[in-house]
Design a protein around this ligand. Sequence first.
Ligand code: ADP
Ligand code: MG
Length: 395
Amino acid sequence: MSFLRMEDLDLAGRRVLIREDFNVPVEAGTVTSDQRIVAALPTIELALEREAAVILMSHLGRPVEGEFDPKFSMAPVAECLAGHLGREVRLVSDWLDGVDVEPGQVVLCENVRFNAGEKKNDESLARRMAALCDIFVMDAFGTAHRAQASTEGVVRFAPVACAGPLLANELNALEQALDDPERPLLAIVGGAKVSTKLTVLEALLERTDQLIVGGGIANTFIAATGHEVGKSLYEPDLIDQAQRLIRLAHRKGGDIPIPKDLMVATEFAPDAPAYVRKLDEVQPNEMILDIGPLTSADYADIIWNAGTVLWNGPVGVFEFKHFAGGTRSVAEAIENSKAFSIAGGGDTLAAISQFDVAEGVSYISTGGGAFLEYVEGKKLPAVAMLEQRARDYNA
Ligand code: ADP
Ligand code: MG
């Protein structure tokens, strides 16, 4: 990927505007998980070391666009960030006409979504953002798949636009996993529904050596191969698609494995008792909520033998204690495998933290939607524009 990088530019005395992903959970005016803020610190500290005047912006939540709403104010973020940086972080509410900031200072702009035109990537709004700075740094991977004023738009119009270290690292890791992977390349796609991940499954079938499906998605594949799924979550109208994907896998000389044993319950409840069933033993009144121990062992074997593992989506209802075993086994196999591993997705990250395996995952992607779109082979608009700007810059 060829874009300018923040590390390579002279930042001294420049107004550097950084698009962050500070979309963090806030309760009663306090940030309750500061993971994303902590992840942004190295970029901000580097800009300060290089004597830049630092302006930060981000969205937070989903306010009604164009209206100030104290519920979605960045004030808690400013406070949390100031604590980490050990210096003042001034919050500015009126920032579109210019921001007062000196080299060595940090200011945080109020929620970008308070501005009308943000989501539809309004050109005049993007131009006003671009006019705030000498150098724009895109460092929010999680928003790079959205062409909005504070992402793609500002990249287009800023005097100079570059990638920040956080974004560049994330793209490097994805490139390593997908474009030039250590083989065999294994993908595990779990989660609730085939319909939300059909294009991902399709793209991965093309690119990987082995695809494993899990969760509600696997239930649709179980039904597609003619087995009883009882009251399980599955999508009858996607059986055709599942059969087509299985045929595609066969044509490539591979297979999409169907679990040989499963954990079932008769009700969907956190403390529902679990029963082990062979694939052909599931009853009409039962629902499949996890893979069974034999299948867990098979999948762990496949993971240990992989060169690269890409993981999105739990293979069971890991939120219920009796149905967390399959996802725990996948997570621990990835943790202990020598493979280069990359994981992404909201619930996948929750599972990684629940099973405490983060140390053993080579790269944890922070952007759910952006991660899936990258995996699908789509160009992320903000990244495409960074590349375009680099071509113009070098021409
Ligand atoms: P991610 O956010 O990592 O992309 P998804 O949102 O696609 O993952 O899916 C996660 C959800 O899928 C979890 O809440 C989990 O409980 C649910 N799930 C997994 N397996 C099953 C199953 N067999 N039946 C019903 N829900 C399931
Ligand atoms: Mg999810």
